[in-house]
Design a protein around this ligand. Structure first.
Ligand code: 5AD
Ligand code: SF4
Length: 360
């Protein structure tokens, strides 16, 4: 049964893209299946209105699984000494990107743990080589680095940068990421924005000790920073980490965070994250029906893929591009044309909200 207050709040959120902290909490805390479905359906309508049926694909190349950090939730943490570590050479990364381009991908996401082996210069060279050979849009996801590094990579041709803030709670952040501070991460995000990158961020839903209020604050931060992409993913427990016995995040709650994010941000790119897809066989379809419009495609060469084990099951999830096309058609969607940038969307007549907080 959908309560009247729920229906009214949801309708206002859908119409105005404005909800108070209390209203977000109210929507997020429902346990009623019909209310949850109504929330996801509203997000689906908002996605259709501002973005349309296109789903943009991104080719992800996980080029190094070395990491100097020790995040409690992540299989790549340096304390995981069982994990076999690898680094791809510049040539391998370039050849992989060229293959992605040949298959029709327009964006390559270069992702790694925080690996100082890839110095400012090495990444710069890599960006230049990929731009020269493929003219692809280049998104980087290599963690917290100096403003000078970011600046050099932007000048070399880097277009986008992904850095999830993971949780908006400074305490939880500090507990989950020993030796790291939320402020430093937010500072990195500001630097990236100021340099002209399209900036992606995101959170993890279901971290041990996280409250519903923390998730409400995550959503408020998403809206305040007006990120160009927001990845909302459930926590997935990895046995070789200190959170090995914590339960996985909930699919429904992740979908509801995603859906409210869609209501409030209108045209931001929201991926059906790999974690949602791993958590539940229906996760991908459910996320695409609750506001998501992006699919990340793992393009890491198979010999390395199984070692990029942020959480279990990640590497076994591999589908072919034809299957993606068929799947999207079956749910009334299609692969997006163009590079799928936020700017492109803002300039199209779909527009939606114009960036309000250029320098948060
Ligand atoms: N469950 C879900 N997401 C995780 N990440 C790392 N470990 C986990 C996990 N156990 C995500 C983080 C990070 C990215 C590399 O992977 O959000 O930003
Ligand atoms: Fe390293 Fe990122 Fe994993 Fe933390 S979440 S251990 S920084 S790869």
């Amino acid at each position: 049964m959908v309560r009247l207050a729920f229906a009214e709040t949801l309708m206002r959120g859908e119409r105005t893209s404005k909800l108070s902290r209390e209203e977000i909490h109210f929507l997020l805390s429902t346990t009623d299946p019909e209310e949850k479905q109504n929330l996801w359906d509203a997000a689906d309508r908002v996605r259709e209105k501002w973005i349309g049926p296109e789903v943009h694909l991104r080719a992800v190349v996980e080029f190094s699984n070395y990491c100097q950090r020790d995040c409690l939730y992540c299989g790549l943490r340096k304390g995981n000494q069982i994990l076999h570590r690898y680094r791809m050479s510049q040539r391998e990364i370039l050849e992989t990107s060229i293959r992605a381009k040949e298959l029709g991908f327009q964006t390559v996401v270069l992702q790694s743990g925080e690996d100082p082996f890839y110095t400012r210069e090495r990444i710069e060279d890599l960006i230049r080589a990929i731009k020269r050979e493929t003219e692809m849009v280049i998104a980087l996801s290599v963690g917290e680095r100096s403003a000078e590094d970011y600046s050099a990579w932007r000048a070399a041709g880097g277009d986008r940068y992904l850095l999830k803030f993971e949780t908006s709670s400074p305490f939880l952040f500090h507990r989950m990421r020993p030796g790291c501070r939320l402020d430093d991460r937010m500072n990195c995000l500001k630097n990236l924005r100021n340099l002209g990158f399209e900036v992606g961020s995101g959170n993890i839903v279901g971290l041990s000790g996280q409250t519903l209020v923390d998730l409400v604050n995550d959503i408020i931060l998403f809206q305040k920073y007006d990120f160009d992409m927001i990845a909302v993913g459930p926590f997935i427990s990895h046995p070789q980490t200190p959170l090995g016995s914590s339960p996985n995040g909930s699919l429904d709650l992740t979908l509801s965070v995603l859906a409210i994010t869609r209501l409030l941000t209108q045209n931001t790119h929201l991926p059906a994250t790999t974690a949602i897809r791993i958590l539940d066989p229906n996760g991908c379809k459910a996320a695409l029906a609750a506001g998501a419009n992006i699919l990340m495609h793992d393009f890491t060469p198979p010999i390395y893929r199984r070692y990029y084990e942020i959480y279990p099951g990640k590497s076994t999830h591999s589908i072919e591009i034809n299957e993606i096309r068929e799947f999207l058609t079956s749910i009334g969607r299609k692969i997006g044309q163009g590079v799928g940038s936020r700017k492109e969307l803002l300039e199209s007549n779909r527009g939606g909200m114009v960036r309000k907080f250029k320098n948060p």
